[in-house]
Every structure is written in structure tokens, then in C-alpha cells.
Design a protein around this ligand. Structure first.
Ligand code: HEM
Length: 473
């Protein structure tokens, strides 16, 4: 009898150990606080959908568990970090976990710079980065000035009190500016810009849909078919632009991103188109979003707008007509742009991984684990930015910034010299257009609007934002 009891107890204990070991949600693979899987198949995907977006999900998770948390995307264990001290521990990490970005693969292609890691990735970034370096900005300044003036004359021709949709106008500016600066003169033809934009808008809105709801429609469904058709057209426009560049590049002194892309991929047309689309899709919605939010904040904070206008008036008086590159010297304008990026959280996160076991904040991180940099959570952290939802450009004046860790404000990423390659260009483009508009117009918000952010791959207002403009004397 005793033998039987010992045998039975041993079997039960072995079974319990086996269940604990094999049942995934109870298999703790790390000491990092966070969530177990809520579904064996989807991990915490339903929780992310319920929160509204990955950014909002991470805000809740970090609020509950602190600056390092873990969760599951399907079968993949994911870590998220959200503090300047933890960011510091990832400063030199370059490689990006392609799986977290898989929704963009049909557009960017598998050879895109976005997915390229290791020595090859670093070398290609160095090559591509040359074109958007600070010293090349003078070339872009001229183009950006011209595109800005087109918008100024459009707004000048509107009738008094006409309602202006900020998202629409800022997307039009960003599309033209990015296409001309990345791809060159092919996109000085408005017809080609429109052909591009029609298809781009459809492709991008499908990608945003997939970011919210990862169920991918088959090509036979109307949504899937529309996406495939628009993508094919988009690729055709890009191919024409590349052929045009090849023919007309001879004798030109400027080296644009498209030139480096063509040189890197020799005769591989698909890879060229993929990298061009990587830059363009990583540039247009982000620039349009930043500008929409910036003008919305200026319209809803008249005192800030007046102070900015005073700075512009001063510059205007000193230099007669401000030169586009001098707008980068305007301190208050820069504060307004930085506070817009912070408040709006234009791109809420990025991610890295390492191919060896490592440690962050005293926790073991198994190799190949995706580590999310929760940029938006940090930029909205009330210990770093008190009353984080308040738009206050003075947070970025010299006095208020001097004791703040630079990693508390990483809107363009920070790790492995793989932060956004267009950071300097973005400040030049947005400074040029915001200065041109505010110098000539007083922008006011149409009353009665509730402006709600939607945190997708890029943060956009849920609905169009309506303003009116009055010409300044
Ligand atoms: C407000 C505007 C923008 C914001 C906030 C922004 C932000 C970012 C962020 C956070 C990343 C990820 C960095 C990382 O992983 O550490 C990124 C990557 C990237 N951005 Fe931007 N970006 C903006 C505009 C642009 C523009 C205008 C372009 C090009 C014309 C561009 C091209 C890219 C590319 C190609 C990458 C991927 C680089 C790589 O994988 O190595 N971005 N951007």
C-alpha cells in the first residue's frame, strides 16, 4: 500500500512539474514584470487592440509595472523599456527585429534598409545618410522655400473665413517636399505628384488598418484588391522616377538619397523601388503629422503664436527677407517644433534586438528578444515633463532643458547610430513652412472641435482639423 502511495505521489509531482514546464503562460522566461499570454495563439494582441494601440497599451503597462515590462506578441516574448537610464543601456544597439515591422514588408520589400542588420546594415546606412547630412541642407532649403511659397499663395487666395483642413494641406506640402528632396526633379511635375499621392494614400491607409487589426485581407477581397492595385501603381510611378533620374542625373552636382539607393542596388530594380518607398513612407506621413499638430497647437494657443510671430518679425527686420537656412537659428521656433513632437508623439516607438543573451536593468534578456523603445511613453512621463499633456514650448528653453537628460526627448530614436536619418531635414522643412505661414497669417481654430489623437504607426488626429487664416498686416 505504502509503495502504491509513494508511486502515486511521485507520478502527481512529475505531472505537475511537466504541466508547469510545458504550459507556456506559466513558463517564466524572465524576471521582467508584465503580462502572461491572454491567448495561446495571439499572446497579448487582443489586449493591445483593446487599449487602442501599442502606444496606449505600453503607457498602461509601464504605469503599472515601471520602466521595464514584458508582454507577448503571438508566440514572441517582447520587452519594452521606458526611461532615459534604460535607454542608455541600449545606446549602441543597431539591429532591428524585422518581425515587429512585418506589415510594411509588402511595400518596402525584404531588402529594405529597414530590415538590414549587422555590418551590411551599418554600411548601407552610412552611405544613405550622406545625402541628408547637415552640410547638404542648403540644397534642400531652396526647394523647401519654393514648396512653402506655393502653399502661402494658395492660402492667400482663399476667401476670408474659409475653413481650411490642416491635415489635407500639410499632407500636400509633405508629399511634395519629401518627393522632391529624396527623388529629385521628376516630382516638380504636379501631375506625377498627384499620381503618386492617389495611390500612396490608399497604400498607407491600408498599412495603418493592418497596424490596428493584423488580419490581412486576401487579394480577392475588395480591400485586398484595392491595396494590391494601388501598390502596383505606386511601384510603377517610382520606376518611372528612377528611370528619369538615371537619364537626367548626368552633370548634376547634388547627391540625393535616390542616387545612393541606385548606386547601392546596381541593377536590382525591385530593391531600388523598395528602398525609395522606405524613405518616402517613413517621411511623408510623419512630416505631415508633425506639421498638422504644430499648426493645431499654434492655433489653439494664440499667445504662443504671437510670441513666435514676434520672433519672426525680428528676424525679418534684421535680414530683410529671411533665408530658409536662417530659420534653423530661430530659438523659439525650434522650441515650438520640439514641443509639438513631444506632445503629439509623432512616432511612438521603435525597437531593437541582439543575437546574444544580455541584461537590461538587472534583468536577463534572452537573445533575439525584441526590445521596444517606448519613445512616446518617455516623452509623456510626468516625472520628466510635468503636466505632460500641456503644450508649453518653454519646456525646451535653455534654462528648463539644462538639467534634463537628452534621452528624455528622443522623437527620432537614439540607438546604434540608427536614429532617423532625416532629423536635420525635418527641422529645416518644418521650420521653413511654419515660419512662412505664421509670418503671413494668423491661424485660428474653428470652434467646437474635439481633436483626438489616433496612435498608429504615426499619430494623426482622428478627424480633419479645421482652421481659418487671416492675412497679417
Ligand atoms: C516628424 C518627422 C519624423 C519623425 C518623428 C521620424 C522618426 C523616426 C524614428 C523614431 C525612426 C526609428 C529610429 C530608430 O529605430 O531608432 C525613424 C526611422 C527612419 N526614418 Fe524618420 N522620422 C521623421 C521623418 C522622416 C523623413 C522625412 C524621412 C525621409 C525622407 C525619414 C526616413 C526614415 C528612415 C529611412 C528610417 C529607417 C532607418 C533605418 O532603418 O535605418 N524619416 N524615423
Amino acid at each position: 500500500m505504502l509503495d502504491f502511495v509513494i508511486f502515486a505521489v511521485t507520478v502527481i509531482v512529475v505531472l505537475i512539474i511537466a504541466v508547469i514546464y510545458m504550459y507556456p503562460s506559466s513558463k517564466k522566461i524572465s524576471t521582467i514584470p508584465g503580462l502572461d499570454k491572454t491567448s495561446a495563439e495571439d499572446g497579448n494582441l487582443m489586449d493591445i487592440q483593446r487599449a487602442g494601440s501599442l502606444h496606449e497599451f505600453l503607457q498602461n503597462l509601464h504605469e503599472q509595472h515601471g520602466p521595464i515590462v514584458s508582454f507577448w506578441i503571438g508566440d514572441e516574448f517582447v520587452v519594452s523599456i521606458a526611461s532615459p537610464a534604460l535607454f542608455k543601456q541600449h545606446l549602441s544597439v543597431f539591429d532591428r527585429p524585422g518581425d515587429l515591422y512585418r506589415i510594411v514588408t509588402p511595400v518596402f520589400g525584404v531588402n529594405s534598409i529597414l530590415f538590414l542588420n549587422g555590418a551590411e546594415g551599418r554600411a548601407r546606412r552610412q552611405l544613405f545618410d550622406k545625402s541628408l547630412h547637415h552640410e547638404n541642407l542648403d540644397y534642400y532649403a531652396e526647394h523647401l522655400h519654393k514648396v512653402s511659397m506655393d502653399l502661402v499663395s494658395k492660402w492667400s487666395s482663399l476667401v476670408k473665413e474659409e475653413h481650411i483642413g490642416l491635415q489635407e494641406y500639410m499632407a500636400a506640402f509633405a508629399t511634395k517636399a519629401v518627393l522632391q528632396c529624396i527623388m529629385g526633379s521628376y516630382f516638380t511635375d504636379d501631375k506625377e505628384v498627384l499620381a503618386f499621392k492617389r495611390n500612396f494614400d490608399q497604400v498607407w491607409s491600408e498599412l495603418e488598418h493592418r497596424a490596428r487589426d493584423p488580419e490581412i485581407p486576401s487579394a480577392e477581397t475588395p480591400r485586398g484588391h484595392q491595396f494590391e492595385t494601388a501598390l502596383k501603381e505606386l511601384r510603377a510611378v517610382m520606376t518611372r522616377a528612377l528611370e528619369h533620374r538615371k537619364k537626367h542625373k548626368l552633370g548634376r552636382k547634388e547627391e540625393l538619397t535616390v542616387d545612393h539607393i541606385m548606386a547601392a542596388h546596381h541593377n536590382d530594380k525591385d530593391a531600388m523601388v523598395g528602398d525609395c518607398l522606405t524613405y518616402i513612407c517613413s517621411g511623408i506621413p510623419q512630416t505631415a503629422s508633425m506639421l498638422t499638430w504644430c499648426l493645431y497647437f499654434l492655433a489653439s494657443h494664440p499667445k504662443v503664436q504671437d510670441k513666435l510671430h514676434t520672433e519672426l518679425l525680428h528676424e525679418f527686420k534684421v535680414s530683410g527677407e529671411f533665408h530658409p537656412s536662417t530659420v534653423l537659428r530661430l530659438k523659439y521656433l525650434r522650441q515650438v517644433l520640439e514641443e509639438s513632437l513631444r506632445c503629439a508623439v509623432v512616432m511612438p516607438w521603435t525597437a531593437r534586438y541582439q543575437d546574444f543573451d544580455t541584461e537590461i536593468g538587472g534583468h536577463k534578456i534572452p537573445k533575439f528578444t525584441a526590445v521596444v523603445h517606448a519613445l512616446g511613453v518617455v516623452m509623456q512621463d510626468e516625472t520628466l515633463f510635468p503636466v505632460p499633456n500641456k503644450f508649453d514650448p518653454d519646456r525646451f528653453n535653455v534654462e528648463n532643458s539644462k538639467n534634463r537628460d537628452t534621452l528624455a526627448f528622443p522623437p527620432f530614436g537614439f540607438a546604434g547610430k540608427r536614429h532617423c536619418p532625416a532629423r536635420d531635414w525635418v527641422y529645416l522643412a518644418t521650420s521653413t513652412i511654419v515660419a512662412s505661414l505664421i509670418n503671413r497669417f494668423q491661424v485660428s481654430l474653428v470652434e467646437g472641435q474635439v481633436v483626438t489623437p489616433v496612435y498608429g504607426m504615426v499619430t494623426q488626429p482622428q478627424d480633419e482639423v479645421w482652421v481659418t487664416v487671416h492675412k497679417r498686416k
